[in-house]
Each structure stands twice: as C-alpha cells, then as structure tokens.
Design a protein. Sequence first.
Length: 384
Amino acid sequence: MNLATVFSRTGVLVLTFTIVSRQTLKLPRETQANTLRGAFGNYFRRLVCVPSCRTPELCPLRESCPYKLIFEPSPPLNLHHLSKNQDLPRPFIFRYVGSNRDLSRCQAPRAEDELSGKDSCHDNFFAPQSTFEAGEKLQFHILLIGKAVEYLPYFVLSFREVERSGFGLNRARCQLEEVSSDGQLGGSETCPENCGTESEKAQACQVESVYSLRDQILHAPRVPTMAEYVNRRERDLRHEAKGATFLTVHFLSPTSLRFEEREVRNPDFHHLFKRVRDRVSSLCTFYGAGSIDTDFKTLGNLAERVPTASTSLRWVERTRFSSKRRQRHELSGFMGKCIYNVSGLPSGAREELLRWLLAGELLHVGKHAVWGNGRFACAIQNGD
C-alpha cells in the first residue's frame, strides 16, 4: 500500500488521563513519564497474566497475550526483511502533561505556539513538581497506535489500580478521575478560549469522554487516523510549503538518535529523517494497516542532500531506574532546534519527506519514545 493509504487506515488515539492524589504523592522530579509507564506495566501485567506465566517469552499464551503484544513484542517469523529487529517499537507513548499547580504557573502551550517554537513551557517538559498534596490533580497523555487501540479497556483498568495499590515513590493512594480522547490528535490545544461553555469547547475540539469516576462506564471513542493529523498539519503549512527554503525542526523533549552505532548530538537532516522513516514504517507494519510500498533507499538519498543551515541545541541529562532489572538507564538527549535548507529538493520530494516528518511529529522519534522522548515539531519558512 502507498503512504496515503496506510496512513488513512492506521488509527491513533490520544487519551488524557486525570489522576487525583488522595494523600501526599511523591514522584521523581525529572522522570514522571517513566514512573507512569512503570506503574502501568505492573498493573497491566497483574490484570492479564496467568499464574503459570514466568516470562512473556515462555508464556503458554504468548501468541495472544496482551502484555506481550504491548510491552514485549517480537517480529512475526514471516517478515524476513525485519527479522533482525528484535526490539520492535511499542505501540504506545506516554506524555506527562502536568498538575493543576503546574498548569496555573505555566499555561499549557497552544499547538500553534509549540509548532512555531515560541513555547517556553516545553523547556520544562519533565515537570519540576515532584510532590503533590492530597486533592491535587496530575494529567498525562497516552497515545495508542493501531492495534493497541483494541486494548483500551486494559489501559483504563490498569490505572484504576492506583486507588487500591498506590502510586509513586511512596505508593500514595490516588484515584483515576477521568479519561478523555482528543479527536483531533492534538487539535484541542488550539481550541479558542472564547468558544463557549465547557461542553461547547469539548464539542468544538472533538474531545470525548472515555471514562469518568462519576459513572465508571467505559465509552468507546471515535478513533482518528494518522492521515487526519498529517493532512491537517499539511494544510497548516501549505501556504508556506510551495516556496519553502528552510525547514525548522523544534525538538520539544530529549531526543536520542544513533547513526552507524554512534550517538548523534548535532543531527544532520538524514539522521532525523531515516529514524522517522524507520519508526513510522515499523509501527504501521506491525500495528497499523500494513507495510508501506515505497523506495526507502531513494528517500534516504534525498534526505542526504539536505544541508544544515544552523543549529541551536543543548544536551539534557536524564536517567531512569528499572525496578525490573535493578539497573539505571540513560534517558538523555538533545533539545532545541535545527534549521535545514530544503531549497535544493524538487517540490514533490519536499512534500514527500514532509509527510513522513509530520507523521513523526505524532509518533516521536529515536530511543525512549515510549516515555515521551523524541517529540518534535516542524515549521517552514522562506529565505526572504
């Protein structure tokens, strides 16, 4: 299938989870998303695993086990061209949003500001707050990609466990108050402040209630497609794209890329594009509509023709602790922006590469994307 067909048949669900602390809650200052993901993994496994399961690899139900399919996927044997990829991307992404105290101090960024690089709040992507008093709320996004949407009930039920089992460094009791979905895959951030009542805003921004503590009923939301996001972003950029000279990429969370087994700290365009291409392709192949029929080598060659105009990056040191393996792992990466000169590419090639990058905006890029790393946004400008 071509790129447009795969994107139009691959669903992505953006969920906002709101949790209320019932007692003082302590989280690590810089790795909230990792803590959320770790808690979720433990609760998820507790829900679905059979008593006889020791490891996902030896599980008697491993071919249909939700935990293995979501957390420890492996490539099907019949896909020989991807058989060497033993660490498939997970079909979900955690993004920490903040608490009600964070959001009152630093207004949640509008998408148009974020995409133009004006957003200063994202410099605090790993929110500074680490202690939450009783009654305070914290929010985070979970993106479910393709087949992972089928496991939506497990995601909701897993976080209901925070009330019984506790959460955070001190296992504080919390409560899942609400889960909502964003039918515009990020479009709710641009909802105008004066668009009416809360219900009118929700309708205008296509926000649906998935779960509420009030009725404790799980509602199935509409699942947007990747094509809806990419097409909307293309429309946002279209008036600038025809005569585009420069493509600016804003790295909004720590991004870790590797090229020829080496860490990249000042990425050329092809370093970024090839990793986006591979991640988008893998997620669509294993969890979405299927493989994308295109010439990957030619795309890579085109990307190599794009020079770097300027960079403004800083390296951000982050680590996480794996309770499962009792090891500390790197979460470091670069943040800032890179400006690439795309004027030497034919207009058709620019549009083709841009569509891949816009999908990457949604799906992130590089290592540790599942914890919200590798989030970026594109902007286009002319040389004059």
